[in-house]
Design a binder for this molecule. Structure first.
Ligand code: F6R
Length: 614
């Protein structure tokens, strides 16, 4: 959460900072601010709300922000409400600081600083950092040294950008537990929470390790680890792969829903060669075969939408390989002293790879040191902390996902999980050749089926009109569709703000049926699968109680619309892969309901895309 950008260059950097912030807005949008050093002074502007408010404020007097060094921030509020005084950068004397993360011991540090006479103007933990650096600088008037003195005092996870009026050529940055990259230019250098922010100015990046402190000037980057200067390599990326424009679409979310056939096809290509769909590609996780061969139990850890992907994987692992699989929300797992059994594969699923709860849950499993533990990151960001801290990296090839509500990241996670199930199944002789060939053939058809499901857009838009005025909604599914019911409910609530619950349809009679009346819309995921007859009985229970049903069904189910029962037919897909295809209609439904209700679809209130705090 929170995005930081910094630049030191010969040209004016205000617009680089503002453009960078716009690109980082997915990380938080409660307030935005920037500071530029000009004529021996810090020039600061801070505004509550989105980056556009800051852009508008800067435009009133742009010359004021003409400068060659500066830092900027977009905030997701943790300590202190979204207010101008809490917006970053925070200043202490001639020092300005931007911060992503949390300083857990800020209250004690604040006490000490108050005793020394420092005054606080905000409720944030960050202001403590600014004052601490100011205090250390009094003893050692060197910014790098002052930062080095202060960082060991800070507990928590953070990335910092720091400038000082008296050192107008250097930008100091620290990475400890929160993401940070250095953008390498020619005669200019940059920092950001995500390389996406810097793509307009460079495609060369240096990735810092945890605990690194760097001094950045126009033409030099010095990185220190434990006080010793270290080398970090510079990687060139293909910027065309990171297209972050909305293109012809009104919202990123819709664009990303429409990108799913291609994104899933790219992910499948890791393991399936289109000219040979009878076996997995030899190079797919080839160097991890020995590790995968020894696995006897699977533990999935994830949050939110990624957790729902893990729930689908549980059905797949247990059905197809008979390996026991547990799935748990990372924020619960990490605090309950769980038993990690020997020979477990820990699969951490995370779109961003920076989710604090998932990272901590992973570290807890590693601390227990069970025999034969193997960890795997299923992640969309190859440079993320999660990828660095795990034994195996299985990428999803979703491309950047900007909409806060996850769509293509989810379906590519599912596609990659199925590939992993097959790989483990084949490696351990748990899936026979015939089954493998059948499943690979079905996977090969998947991008086409996803594409066909996008043709439902117009009918789902029509269906969404029924939800505009609703206050509450239920999503039902059984078996493999239960996690998709949960995901559908999460999508609807996060972007339309309608209260929604996902239920395993068999649970209805154990309580939630009491909610059903003529005002309650009930979305049902009803492919013609092994659970269909049971599900049909559950639908009848609802219909008999005057609930209004909105059913996503296969034509094969021969369901027909009737009073209080609306049906959209989803393209045929085999039972095992149906959760991937049935994700599309629930995404489209949430999207259209949100648009109709006029909410901020890409940046729903109170949320951020990358949840780097607990
Ligand atoms: C909802 C959504 C979130 C994330 C969750 C975990 O649409 O995107 O529920 O899935 O915050 O994030 P990652 O996958 O980055 O670990």
């Amino acid at each position: 959460m929170c995005g930081i950008v910094g630049a030191v260059a010969e040209r004016n950097i205000a617009n680089i900072l503002l453009e960078g912030l716009k690109r980082l807005e997915y990380r938080g949008y409660d307030s935005a601010g920037l500071t530029v050093i000009r004529d021996g002074e810090l020039h600061r502007e801070r505004q509550v709300g989105k980056v556009q408010a800051l852009v508008d404020a800067v435009e009133v007097n742009p010359e004021f922000f003409n400068g060659h060094i500066g830092i900027a921030h977009t905030r997701w509020a943790t300590h202190g409400e979204p207010a101008q005084r809490n917006a970053h950068p925070h200043v202490s004397g001639k020092i300005a600081v931007v911060h992503n993360g949390i300083v857990e011991n800020y209250a004690e540090l604040k006490e000490d600083l108050l005793a020394k006479g420092y005054e606080f103007t905000s409720q944030t933990d960050t202001e403590v950092v600014a004052h601490l650096i100011h205090d250390a600088y009094k003893q050692t008037p060197d910014l790098m040294e002052a930062v080095r003195t202060v960082t060991p005092l800070l507990q928590g996870a953070f990335a910092l950008g720091i400038v000082h009026v008296d050192s107008p050529d250097e930008l100091i940055t620290v990475r400890l537990g929160s993401p940070l990259v250095i953008g390498v230019g020619i005669g200019e250098n940059f920092i950001a929470s995500d390389q996406l922010a810097l793509l307009p100015v460079t495609n060369r990046f240096m990735y810092l390790e945890e605990g690194d402190i760097a001094r950045i000037t126009r033409d030099s980057i010095q990185v220190y680890a434990d006080g010793i200067e270290v080398k970090r390599s510079v990687n060139e990326i293909d910027a065309s792969q990171h297209n972050a424009d909305k293109g012809e679409f009104k919202h990123y979310m819709l664009k990303e829903i429409y990108e799913q056939p291609d994104a899933v096809a790219r992910t499948l290509e890791m393991a399936i060669d289109s000219s040979n769909t009878s076996s997995l590609r030899k190079d797919f996780l080839q160097c991890n075969e020995a590790q995968l061969a020894g696995i006897r139990h699977i533990q999935v850890l994830a949050c939110g939408t990624s957790y729902h992907a893990g729930m689908v994987a549980k059905y797949w692992f247990e059905n197809l390989t008979r390996l026991p699989c547990s799935v748990e929300i990372a924020s619960e797992f990490r605090y309950r002293n769980p038993v990690v059994v020997d020979n477990s594969l820990i699969i951490c699923i995370s779109q961003s790879g920076e989710t604090a709860d998932t990272l901590s849950a992973l570290r807890d499993t590693q601390k227990q040191k069970p025999t034969g533990l193997v960890s795997l990151a299923l992640c969309n960001v190859p440079t993320s902390s999660l990828v660095r801290e795990t034994d195996i990296f299985l990428p999803t090839h979703a491309g950047p996902e900007i909409g806060v509500a996850s769509t293509k990241a989810f379906t590519t996670q599912l596609a990659a999980l199925m590939l992993l199930v097959l790989k483990i199944g084949v490696t351990q002789d748990r899936i026979d050749e015939q089954r493998l060939t059948t499943l690979l053939g079905e996977l090969h058809k998947l991008p086409g089926q996803l594409y066909a499901s996008l043709h439902l857009d117009a009918s789902i838009k029509k269906m969404s009109e029924h939800f505009e005025e609703k206050r509450s909604c239920l999503f039902l599914g059984r078996g493999l569709q239960f996690p998709i019911a949960l995901e559908g409910a999460l999508k609807l609530k996060e972007i339309s703000y309608i209260h929604a619950e996902g239920y395993a349809a068999g649970e209805l009679k154990h309580g939630p049926l009491a909610l059903v009346d003529k005002d309650m819309p009930i979305v049902v995921l009803a492919p013609k699968d092994s659970m269909f007859d049971k599900l049909k009985a559950n639908m009848q229970e609802v219909h008999a109680r005057h609930g209004e049903l909105f059913v996503f069904a296969s034509e094969e189910s021969k369901m027909v619309a009737e009073e209080r029962m609306h049906i959209v037919y989803v393209p045929e897909v085999c039972e095992i892969l149906a959760p991937i295809v049935y994700s599309v209609p629930v995404q489209l439904l949430s999207y259209h309901v949100a648009v109709m209700r006029g909410t901020d679809v890409d940046q729903p209130r109170n949320l951020a895309k990358s949840v780097t705090v607990e």
